[in-house]
Design a protein around this ligand. Structure first.
Ligand code: NAD
Length: 497
């Protein structure tokens, strides 16, 4: 069996706690790998290495940093397939989807390559007699990143490229369910010339996370995962005096107005609900059909969903893979099984699905629930599987009120041909990311990503300008160079005006 160890100080460091977690191939159900789970002492040792590395990396030139990042970009580009294969083997998503997440992560590396212009300070000359004022931004120190299973390469790349470009050193604690991609990303950084100790990967579970949150050597924490854990991370790390951004779960709605192109809306709903088996924080999990179009829209979604081919992620003909664990598959199935009792019409029931030859994989088919009530479990919870709920309203206003009543506020979308309605929606909807005829409005790298309400705790969104702000702190320098010919100013106890 393969063992995934830590990557600390530019090299593999074997787990010392004696604790390991199982990593399963979701397509076969077989445990293929064990991952080291760090103790608090191992976390402490990694933080010390990162603190030591910060002494020089924090002072390094922008030219030195960008040289590494440009080399890293080329290495990632050359290793897209290798990284995607690691993702498929442990996460289960199809290879093309895994390549997509590598591409979206690369986008942030490209943003980091341009850090020279992003970190430019501001200067005001002659604010007073021979006085100049400049604003600069400096790194924080050691930053920790804690990431979820569903994007084992992209979400870490939302964090560490910008953090290290800004001069910080970094400790990544990836999901213990699919840990291999993180090590590959770190190894390639070392190959690109990043000095030892600047980027470290410490594997583990709650023990390692809580040790990071409590460690006085950690200045800031970036977290992406479920809402209950995001809340815990935000509360605990803030109480320990750290800067925190904690991105949580979601229930993303797609409002379809009666004038929308229903074929385009149905295509978008199926792609966004069932892509990556619904295990995306930006997946559409609720369609809100306005007015008389609901029956036709549901029928169009059903027709398309029935044609999706489910199979192992490494089979190029598969469009949707298995779920991450058997326990998660069973939980997802329980929402579908309980839906009718809570008032929904079960249009498609994906429970009990299996793939011939891989019967122990974590399979589930596509489910479509219509007339879902807002007080039902299938609507209230983030299911995080291939289950699409359809809700019906009479008017645009009722649809917006329904979406705004959700405790989540990650992404949302409107499908319409009416520019005025779309404009109203952009302004009235309570979510951090809005799509107009775009079902998964994940911002490009140079715009920041983040939700509202229970989908994000903290002030900063991730990557883009917010990311650079998060990983730096401001300093303002006021300078006077008096002319030697001037008479001394003399003592003045008054407040400077
Ligand atoms: P998770 O919250 O279970 O785990 C995330 C990380 O937290 C992992 O590294 C895990 O080891 C750690 N963790 C888990 N339980 C912990 C505990 N009790 N104490 C301390 N640390 C703990 O999330 P997941 O199941 O890996 O990922 C899926 C979730 O992530 C979904 O809710 C999804 O919406 C969310 N997500 C959100 C975004 C976003 O940008 N908002 C992006 C991707 C995923």
């Amino acid at each position: 069996m393969k063992t995934v160890n830590h990557w600390i100080g530019g090299k593999t460091v074997e787990g010392a706690s004696g604790n390991y977690g199982p990593v399963t191939d979701p397509a076969t159900g077989e445990v293929t790998t064990q991952v080291a789970l760090a103790s608090a002492e191992e976390v402490d040792a990694a933080v010390r290495v990162a603190q030591e590395a910060f002494l020089s990396w924090g002072q390094s030139s922008l030219a030195a940093r960008t040289k590494v990042l440009f080399a890293y970009r080329a290495l990632l580009d050359a290793n897209r397939d290798a990284i995607a294969e690691l993702i498929v083997a442990e996460h289960g998503k199809v290879h093309s989807d895994a390549l997509g997440e590598v591409a979206r992560g690369l986008e942030i590396v490209e943003l980091a390559c341009g850090i020279t212009t992003q970190l430019k300070g501001e200067l005001s000359t002659s604010v007073s007699n021979r006085v100049d004022v400049s604003s600069i931004r400096q790194p924080l120190g050691v930053v920790a990143g804690i990431t979820p299973f569903n994007f084992p390469a992209m979400v870490p790349m939302w964090m560490f490229p910008l953090a290290v470009a800004c001069g910080n050193t970094f400790i990544l604690k990836p999901s213990e369910k699919d840990p291999s991609a993180a090590n590959k990303l770190a190894e390639l950084m070392t190959e690109a010339g990043l000095p030892a100790g600047v980027l470290n990967v410490v594997h583990g579970d709650k023990v390692a996370v809580d040790a990071l949150l409590a460690h006085p050597g950690i200045s800031a924490v970036s977290f992406v995962g479920s809402t209950p854990i995001a809340r815990h991370i935000h509360t605990t790390a803030s109480a320990n005096g750290k800067r925190v951004q904690a991105l949580g779960g979601a229930k993303n709605h797609m409002l379809v107005l009666p004038d929308a192109d229903l074929d385009a809306a149905a295509d978008a709903a199926v792609s966004a609900a069932y892509g990556s088996a619904g295990e995306r924080c930006m997946a559409i999990s609720a369609v809100v059909a306005v007015g008389s179009i609901a029956d036709e829209l549901v029928e169009k979604i059903r027709e398309r969903a029935e044609k999706i081919k489910i199979g192992p992620g490494n089979d190029p003909t598969s469009e949707m893979g298995p779920l991450i664990t058997a326990a998660h598959r069973d939980k997802v199935a329980s929402y579908v099984k309980g839906a009718a009792a809570q008032g929904a019409d079960v249009v498609l029931d994906g429970t009990g699905y299996t793939v011939e030859g891989n019967e122990n994989g974590h399979w589930i088919g596509l489910s479509l629930l219509d007339n879902v009530r807002t007080d039902s479990d299938a609507y209230r919870d983030e299911i995080f599987g291939p289950v699409l709920c359809v809700l019906r309203t009479e008017t645009y206003e009722e649809g917006v009120a329904l979406i705004n009543a959700s405790p989540f506020g990650n992404g949302t979308a409107i499908f319409t041909r009416d520019g005025g309605a779309a404009r109203r929606f952009q302004l009235e909807i309570q979510a951090g990311m809005v799509g107009v005829n775009v079902p998964i409005p994940v911002p490009v790298g140079y715009h920041s990503f983040g939700g509202w309400k229970d989908s994000l705790f903290g002030d900063h969104h991730i990557y883009g300008n917010d990311g650079i702000h998060f990983y730096t702190r401001g300093k303002v320098v006021t300078t006077r160079w008096p002319d030697p010919a001037d008479a001394p100013a003399g003592v003045d106890l008054g407040f400077p005006r």
